[in-house]
Design a protein around this ligand. Sequence first.
Ligand code: IDP
Ligand code: MG
Length: 138
Amino acid sequence: MSIERTLGLIKPDGLERGKQGQLLDRILQNGFKILAMKQLKLTRAQAEAFYAEHSARPFFDSLCSYMTSGPIIAMTLEKENAIADWRTLMGATNPAKADPGTIRKDFAVDMEKNTVHGSDSPASAAREVPFFFSQLEY
Ligand code: IDP
Ligand code: MG
């Protein structure tokens, strides 16, 4: 295992319900360093670009509307095995199928409003981290 960086997002439902403190605490308690962090609101074009891999999916339009419905928090997370470990801490996309103790099990509203995002592979982390952060921000 090696030290990795991955992109974490707290999605609009997390901020709207005031869960960001609890979510950041879980991230830190699980050994992640938050190397960079900012709160922002995506434009429609930015959301569509970020989720471009899903552009043909039936949920794409609704997903982009939801992701632009309010502010999000973007983070670069670092630890050993960060990419897989953050996905494990997040839990399954569908919170009804998420394991006990995962963020999505404990916080998600539904399959769309599932509170957090995480890069799903080294290739997506390499694309997603610089989507939100420049080298000047570390
Ligand atoms: P992931 O966030 O667990 O990697 P993806 O399949 O990459 O899941 O989907 C991206 C996001 O799109 C999900 O986190 C969720 O917000 C939304 N999404 C995925 N599948 C559905 C669906 O079937 N209905 C509604 N929203 C969905
Ligand atoms: Mg994904």
